[in-house]
Design a protein around this ligand. Structure first.
Ligand SMILES: Cc1cc2nc3c(=O)[nH]c(=O)nc-3n(C[C@H](O)[C@H](O)[C@H](O)COP(=O)(O)O)c2cc1C
Length: 226
């Protein structure tokens, strides 16, 4: 059975954490945003906003974020991403994803400096030529976050269809206050995550690993099928 185009795009998507410097034309960004905008949303509220930065605009934001990280500014998130405390089974998944990245980079488990350097890369949008700051109105309910997630996935897949790679950056929310002030966003606009977008660096070690997934019977239950 041959793969559909959708299956092929979904199966080959990876979080990409090293990029070539090739600029992304505005026409491609608009095309990608149009696809993201086509995502469904409850009551068609279309609750998300995508602030797309490149060139000096991206460099300036990265400098502000990295400055905050390097100064040891305490993280301030406007919402909670993960359960707190994290249950052991989820902690194990989080660790596995982290170890896969660090193993690809040759960063040892006890190498605090190496880990910190990689953490810092989040705030440089992993060197991508395009960085996106993803926001939602702070008053939106949980369902609206689901809507935003669908638009985000549509954006990732549309980008991939044009030969670009992406990586979500939840870590951006740790310095939401910095990004918020720097971009002069409206007060109730809550920063959900960032996204790096550009052409993948095919040689970079951090792009050479693949994360695991739950088995299908854990992921879903099927009833009534023959
Ligand atoms: C909304 C979102 C936020 C993410 N935040 C980060 C992040 O801050 N830093 C990072 O290195 N990866 C981040 N990721 C990438 C995940 O770690 C990655 O999707 C997961 O490990 C599965 O790997 P895959 O995307 O290669 O399939 C994020 C992904 C999503 C969807």
């Amino acid at each position: 059975m041959s793969m559909t185009q959708a299956e092929a795009l979904l199966a080959s998507r990876r979080s990409t954490r090293a990029f070539l410097s090739d600029p992304v034309p505005r026409a491609d960004i608009e095309r990608i945003l149009r696809s993201a905008r086509a995502a469904p949303s409850g009551a068609n509220l279309q609750p998300g906003r995508f602030h797309v930065l490149t060139g000096d605009a991206l460099r300036d934001l990265s400098a502000a974020l990295v400055g905050a990280v390097d100064r040891g500014q305490p993280p301030v998130s406007q919402y909670s991403y993960f359960p707190d405390p994290m249950p052991a089974d989820l902690k194990a998944k989080q660790r596995a994803a982290g170890y896969a990245l660090y193993a690809a980079l040759g960063v040892e488990r006890r190498d605090v400096q190496g880990r910190r350097a990689q953490f810092r890369r989040n705030y440089e949008f992993f060197g991508a030529p395009v960085g996106i700051v993803v926001t939602i109105h702070a008053g939106m309910g949980k369902g609206c976050f689901m809507d935003l997630g669908m638009a985000l996935m549509a954006l990732m897949i549309a980008a991939q269809g044009l030969g670009y790679a992406t990586c979500g950056i939840g870590a951006l929310a740790n310095y939401a206050d910095v990004a918020h002030d720097h971009l002069g966003l409206a007060q109730p606009e809550l920063i959900v995550c960032g996204l790096a977008l550009g052409r993948a660096d095919p040689q970079a070690p951090q792009n050479q690993f693949c994360t695991e997934r739950d088995t299908l019977d854990r992921f879903a239950t099927l009833r009534g099928f023959t």
